[in-house]
Design a binder for this molecule. Structure first.
Ligand code: FES
Ligand code: FES
Length: 862
């Protein structure tokens, strides 16, 4: 028993427990987030007697007489200041780390009213943010300090929310103050807890499952096996190759495979019951990597398939081999890039609520409520009236929340037991279960003429796609189609293969395969520049694709093509670094916006004038932290002339909001943005001159947009592979003394910047994410195909470790005729960083590095 003060009120805790659990589960102070429960992420920060402390490492019995403060306990003035400062700085993206950041900031500002940038960064060194790159969070802390010193909020003009203005995001307050709900923040009466018993071996036949001891434990609601699934057992984003539960007689595909689901009244009983489920296995030899997978006698990862080849892509145009043969300079190199874990701050969680009609409603964190609906309804064998999905706040995704992880399990438990249930992955389960970025081995040959003009590129890619198809096929396809780079040449050929193994699955991850092949193309181009005797900037400027030019995939690019402008924008920084004798590296990238390659790519939006006399935006497009809600409100304000106060953004759901595809492929700003614009046209007609919304109450206005493209290999001279491409140039400068990164600059062509500050946040966040990819991040396995990393050892950059200067340059280039000219930039920001950094290290020590993370740097880990 302990007594202490929480937010000014005395509390007594009878049973010793983690402070985090007490604050969340009993007091429902949900600003205190549970990102890892193991002291590694910082989302659970609270002040204990004024000192920032992680609530997940404190036991309540140790807190006798102490004073605890959470964001809920800040004064009204402090709440106003932090909300303003984080909004003005553009510091909030997914928001899951933000209340913890605010607590650490308060811990600093209470004792230091005028901190330096370094002091602010140091104060949040134990708070990981995966979205922002920390730059704007540090800006926000310094701004908050200034406001506290001055004693009043700056007098600012009301911004008009037109596209092009850096308005404060609409979700700032709920994320700063922690009252916005992620699924884990939902507590409902009678809610139980569910979790999966996972396979002991990566590959084994399940011989028997005995649930009797677990079922007999008091407090256990149910133990389910594959026999309890009423509909289709397998789920899967494209291929249905992922069993919801592995049945007796079947073979497991990786350690994350679920063999039983346990539902209990509390979390302690849940863990005890899971340990009581008895599973007998026949262990079988596992496939550990792509080389093993392609062997003729390799065991089959997926039963019933002919071999372990998951996808094969061949992209060819012109005569790459002939062009290389006739080139003056030829380079042939092999590259390797590692597996990478998304490490979004919010672990996967879903709350499933039984509906009166016998169905279930899911409250989820995912990248498409409609995809979740399609998969869960098929698994339950019900129609869409009996399965509904509501997107809650999503604490980051980066591609890692495209696949089912917890949703189908929560749906099944609630459907069968008729109790509300929360299924949440522990951080270690999250690290094991969701698909990762593919590890790739790549072989590239490039030929250039005496002026450094690319004549041809020939390449091959070999990838390990792990236990399920997930998005392995499309990732391989993007890796191959973008491997040519954003340059104007004709002769290109690439062959790609991905193989199933018994490792965790690989799938979508910011950059979608392009991060890997861009590392090769851009590294070769840097080496080629030296051979030719020109600068890395010059070789790119000479080869850059320009409006009206033809990409190696045959597509004629439009007026919005702004690669040259990004090169020009970065040139002063590049020239200054070269003139100062600093080691500097440069790289470019292109990335599709929209799914493309002939696939149905629909954006849909419904504008409903509701009783409150406001326009409510309904679209089944998930905001995963990038700020889609704010973008869509800006689109509506711009296209209707209505004031911001008359427009309400509604989070995605499946029963009112029309399916607008996955949040993937940097597509929502463009595709759903255009659908919303089209809905605005109809609303405008009805509004007429009066703009009187009251007259339209009850009416709705629907817009949809199909981004039409040609399939890969289409028999047309100049296929349109994608409706739009974003372009970028990034550079890295090293400090010659320390060998550390001194400066990163990213210049990105975004077409039209809907919210310029949000664009900057994407650029900074993407560059810092790939700083880790280039230098520190790892996701290794042991011999049992088990990931050995914990959250704290993944190698994520901390606020006090980022380069002193991170500069984002937003380049606008009109020309795209849809979506107000806005091109998504979520993914491209993470693509050219690694090759730019590799080149900077070469400039420093003369060593070419073709493997990530880069060796022989001050960041390299043993
Ligand atoms: S939840 Fe406490 S540090 Fe992650
Ligand atoms: S805003 Fe920091 S983790 Fe998303």
């Amino acid at each position: 028993m302990a007594h202490f003060i929480v937010n000014g009120k005395e509390v007594s805790v009878e049973h010793n427990q983690k402070l985090l659990r007490f604050l969340r589960d009993e007091l429902h102070l949900t600003s205190v987030k549970d990102g890892c429960s193991e002291g590694a992420c910082g989302t659970c920060h609270v002040l204990v007697d004024g000192k920032p402390t992680k609530a997940c490492v404190l036991q309540t019995d140790k807190l006798e007489g102490k004073t605890i403060l959470t964001v809920e306990g800040l004064s009204d003035w402090e709440k106003q200041v932090y909300t303003y400062a984080f909004g003005e700085a553009g510091a909030v993206q997914c928001g899951f780390c933000i209340p913890g950041m605010v607590i650490s900031a308060k811990g600093l500002l209470d004792v230091n009213q005028n901190p330096s940038r370094e002091e602010a960064a140091y104060a949040i060194r134990n708070n990981i943010c995966r979205c922002t790159g920390y730059v704007k969070i540090i800006d926000a802390i310094l701004l908050a300090a200034e406001i506290f010193r001055e004693g009043s909020l700056p007098a600012t003009e009301e911004k008009d929310w037109q596209m092009g203005t850096s308005v404060h995001r609409l979700d700032v307050e709920e994320k700063v103050l922690g009252y916005g709900q992620y699924p884990d923040d939902v507590y409902v009466d009678g809610m139980c807890y569910g979790s999966a018993v996972r396979s002991r071996y990566p590959r084994a036949r399940v011989l028997s499952i005995d649930t009797s001891a677990a079922e007999a434990l008091p407090g256990v609601v149910a133990v389910l096996t594959a026999e309890d699934i009423p509909g289709k057992v397998n789920v899967g984003h494209i291929q249905k190759d992922q069993p919801t539960l592995v049945a007796v007689g079947q073979i497991t595909q990786y350690l994350g495979d679920a063999v039983a689901l346990v539902c209990a009244k509390d979390q302690e009983t849940l863990e005890k019951a899971k340990a009581l489920v008895q599973v007998e296995y026949e262990e079988l030899p596992a496939v550990h990597n792509a080389e093993e997978a392609m062997a003729e006698d390799a065991p089959l990862v997926i039963e019933g398939t002919a071999n372990n080849l998951q996808a094969y892509k061949h992209v060819s145009r012109g005569d790459a081999e002939g062009a290389i043969k006739n080139s003056k300079y030829v380079l042939h190199r092999q590259f390797h890039t590692p597996w990478t874990e998304h490490a979004f701050l919010e672990p996967e969680c879903c709350v499933a609520l039984p509906m009166e009609n016998g169905g279930v409603r899911l409250l989820t964190t995912d990248q498409s409520a409609h995809t979740t609906l399609h998969e869960c309804a098929a698994m339950l064998g019900v129609d869409y009236d009996h399965c509904q999905v509501q997107n809650m706040l999503v604490g980051g995704g980066f591609g890692g929340k495209e696949d089912m992880t917890v949703q189908h399990h929560a749906a099944l438990i609630a459907y069968v037991t008729r109790v509300p249930v929360k299924v949440k992955l522990s951080r270690q389960e999250s690290i094991l279960v969701h698909p990762k970025r593919h590890s790739m081995d790549m072989d590239f040959t490039m030929g250039c003429d005496e002026n450094g003009i690319i004549q041809g590129v020939k390449a091959s890619v070999l990838a390990d796609t792990g236990a399920f198809a997930s998005l392995g096929g499309p990732v391989l396809e993007r890796a191959c189609t973008h491997a040519a780079g954003p340059y104007a040449y004709e002769n290109f050929e690439i062959e790609g293969r991905t193989y199933y193994t018994n490792n965790p699955p690989a799938g979508a991850f910011r950059g979608f395969g392009v991060t890997q092949t861009c590392f090769c193309t851009e590294s070769l181009l840097n080496e080629m520049a030296e051979l030719v005797g020109i600068s890395p900037w010059e070789i790119r400027y000479r080869n850059a694709i320009r409006p009206g030019g033809v990409l190696p995939n045959g597509q004629i690019v439009d007026e919005s093509t702004g690669l040259v402008e990004t090169l020009e924008a970065i040139k002063p920084d590049f020239d200054a670094a070269v003139a100062a004798g600093q080691p500097v590296g440069l790289a470019c990238a292109m990335k599709n916006s929209g799914v493309g390659v002939g696939l149905p790519d629909w954006g849909r939006c419904r504008l409903v004038v509701e009783e409150d006399g406001k326009v409510h935006i309904y679209s089944g497009a998930s905001c995963i932290g990038q700020g889609l809600g704010t973008v869509l409100v800006q689109v509506v304000v711009t296209n209707t002339g209505l004031p911001r106060s008359s427009v309400v953004y509604e989070r995605s759901n499946t029963w009112i909001a029309p399916d607008s595809g996955d949040t993937s492929g940097s597509r929502q700003t463009l595709i759903t943005g255009e659908a919303t614009r089209r809905a605005c046209e109809k609303l405008n007609e009805a509004l007429g001159e009066t703009k009187d919304l009251q007259k339209l109450v009850g009416q709705e206005f629907y817009g949809e947009y199909l981004a039409k493209t040609d399939p890969l290999g289409a028999d047309v001279p100049n296929p349109v592979s994608h409706v739009a491409y974003g372009y970028a140039t990034q550079m890295c400068v090293l400090d010659r003394e320390t060998g550390r990164v001194q400066k990163l600059v990213g210049a990105h062509d975004v077409g039209k910047a809907v919210n310029p500050r949000s664009c900057e946040g994407q650029i900074e966040g993407g560059m810092v994410m790939s700083l880790g990819y280039a230098l520190t991040e790892r996701y290794p396995f042991d011999d049992n195909c088990k990931p050995t990393a914990r959250f704290g050892t993944l190698g994520l950059f901390r606020a006090n470790q980022i380069p002193p200067e991170i500069k984002s340059i937003v380049v606008e280039k009109p020309g795209l005729k849809v979506g107000g000219g806005a091109i998504g930039l979520g993914e491209i920001t993470a693509i050219p960083t690694a090759p730019a950094i590799a080149e900077a290290y070469y400039q420093m020590d003369g060593q070419r590095r073709q493997v990530l993370p880069l060796v022989n740097t001050p960041y390299a880990r043993k």
